[in-house]
Design a protein around this ligand. Structure first.
Ligand code: DX5
Ligand code: ZN
Length: 228
């Protein structure tokens, strides 16, 4: 991968979620796992779309000098359209908006025209049919495996039929779309999501809450490769 490149579509990637890192030493935490990071997953929560607040463009900007990895920004926001430009200019490489907020076609267009890699996310209870019409307009489909808002929740295996359906459709339509899962991903759930067809694996607690985050990220990668 060249600098800040997303890499080849469909290949396995580990995307550590900084939500689980210590925000007081974010730069060092990100540097410590760099060797096992493909994408850096940045969780943005607005206290409205989800009942929690996290970080925004200033943190992306502050972190940018410390990492050459692809910054994968997950916008859990009611009004992401007003912030796409700020994320882009702060150093975001990709932005993912939730289908539940509506206005999807124009949000995806706006993200594309800013030169961002474009993602669309669906909550666990949102059916595949809600995102299916947009497969030709996106680079990334994020299928949440927990209800967004908090790290450290339990993986929802009931989302796997949707991941399988998404993988079938992406392959059948020959669209260049990565399938990402987010929530409760650890060494025990990695085989399940990889088997279902996900290729970008977001992990927060199972990396940053472990004694040696770099080793934990490596273990996730090994588990993913073994199940591929
Ligand atoms: C959940 C966030 C996730 C979260 C995952 O709202 O979108 O990215 O950080 O955390 P873990 O891996 O701890 O479930
Ligand atoms: Zn996320």
């Amino acid at each position: 991968m060249t600098l800040r490149d997303a890499g080849p579509v469909g290949t396995l990637r580990i995307a550590p979620s900084i939500l689980a890192a210590d925000f007081g030493e974010l730069a060092q935490s990100v540097e410590a796992i760099d060797a096992q990071t493909d994408w850096l997953h940045v969780d943005v929560m607005d206290g409205h779309f989800v009942p929690n607040v996290s970080i925004g463009p200033p943190v992306v900007r502050s972190l940018r000098p410390y990492s050459t990895r692809f910054f994968d920004c997950h916008l859990m926001m009611t009004n992401p359209g007003s912030y796409l430009e700020a994320f882009k200019s702060s150093g975001a490489d990709g932005c993912t908006v939730h289908v539940e907020v509506g206005g999807t076609a124009s949000l995806l267009r706006d993200a594309r025209s800013l030169g961002l890699r474009v993602g669309l996310a669906a909550n666990p209870d949102t059916p595949f049919d809600a995102v299916a019409p947009f497969l030709g307009d996106i680079d990334l489909l994020l299928l949440m495996t927990v209800f967004p808002g908090f790290g450290g929740q339990s993986f929802m295996a009931e989302v796997m039929p949707k991941v399988k359906e998404a993988r079938r459709e992406v392959d059948a339509q020959h669209v260049e779309v990565d399938i990402e899962v987010d929530g409760g991903i650890d060494v025990s759930t990695v085989p399940v999501v990889v088997e279902a067809g996900a290729n970008v694996l977001v992990a927060g607690s199972s990396i940053f809450s472990r004694p040696v985050p770099l080793d934990a990220a490596r273990a996730l990668r090994e588990a993913a490769h073994l199940s591929h």
